[in-house]
Design a protein around this ligand. Structure first.
Ligand code: HPA
Length: 280
């Protein structure tokens, strides 16, 4: 089943048929909000606003582990994540969409793994029978491959949708994840540019890392809401981020609905095998 994570300015998805809400408690604490159980053209999906409805949680205090564990409990095995980002690459314009294909991690204070060896937090109610459960129960230390972090099959489907709908998008981009909640200095953006970053945001990591630790497929749609610090010389505001997300809501909705419709039962990729041989 598909899980959709909404970012700043995206707290629900018009067009889905809402079937109910689930409050899920996890051994890692509370997820950002109730999960919205919905369907579209006969396909069931689960939606969660990353910051909670009303935008309660700043990026560094989002309980990413609880969010991903809750999705697992609901039977989600693939995640579509939507985020607002600042544009760095010269050809990225505000309002463009970018499908991330790599990330750079500059976060600092977030729990980054489910697999903590002898400190592992266990979920005795976990009813799955897979490597995740085995590794957690046996307190294993796990190093997952991140060579190609994003699901290539999901990215291909998304690219086709953007092409068909003639929405301006970039098929790849390196996402630099900063700790926040403050925005970056101009010098940091210059440094990130030299390091190969194409866009900057505060939430992709550890979200994708934790999803991958649960052997989920993960794709990330990013909306360039502003040019990153120092590029235009203007002061950056949250107002412009939310305004741009509002402006793009209709296109985001169209892409999500089409994605749900076009997502096959079986994805042709290796994402679900990432845990094989990953534990010590
Ligand atoms: N920096 C970090 N996060 C962001 C930005 C930015 O410029 N815009 C939207 N999210």
């Amino acid at each position: 089943m598909l899980g959709i994570i909404g970012g700043s300015g995206l707290y629900d998805i018009e067009g889905l048929t809402i079937e109910g809400e689930e409050r899920i408690l996890t051994p890692y604490g509370e997820p950002s909000d109730n999960y919205i159980i919905a369907s579209y053209k006969g396909k069931k999906v689960v939606f969660l606003p990353r910051h909670g409805r009303g935008h309660k949680y700043p990026p560094h205090l989002i309980n990413y582990r609880a969010n991903l564990w809750g999705f697992r409990k609901l039977g989600v095995d693939r995640i579509l994540s939507i985020s607002a980002v600042g544009g760095i690459r010269q050809t990225f314009e505000p309002g463009d969409f970018v499908l991330a294909d790599q990330f750079l991690d500059f976060t600092k204070v977030r729990p980054v793994t489910f697999y903590e060896g002898i400190y592992t937090i266990k979920d005795e109610t976990d009813d799955k029978n897979d490597l995740v459960k085995e590794y957690i129960q046996n307190e294993r230390v796990v190093h997952i491959d991140m060579t190609q972090p994003f699901c290539p099959a999901m990215r291909t489907i998304l690219a086709k949708i953007f092409e068909e709908k003639k929405i301006t998008y970039h098929p790849s981009g390196v996402y630099a994840a900063t700790e926040g909640p403050r925005l970056e200095t101009s010098a940091e953006i210059v440094a990130l540019t030299r390091l190969g970053a194409d866009m900057v945001g505060m939430t992709l990591v550890p979200e994708i890392v934790l999803a991958r630790e649960l052997a989920m497929h993960f794709a990330s749609i990013n909306v360039i809401t502003n040019l990153a610090a120092g590029i235009t010389g203007n002061r950056l505001t949250s107002d412009e981020v939310i305004e741009m997300m509002k402006e793009k809501t209709d296109q985001i909705k169209q892409v999500i609905l089409s994605f749900i419709e076009n997502l096959p039962d079986k994805l042709e990729c290796e994402c679900d095998k990432v845990l094989e041989g990953a534990a010590i």
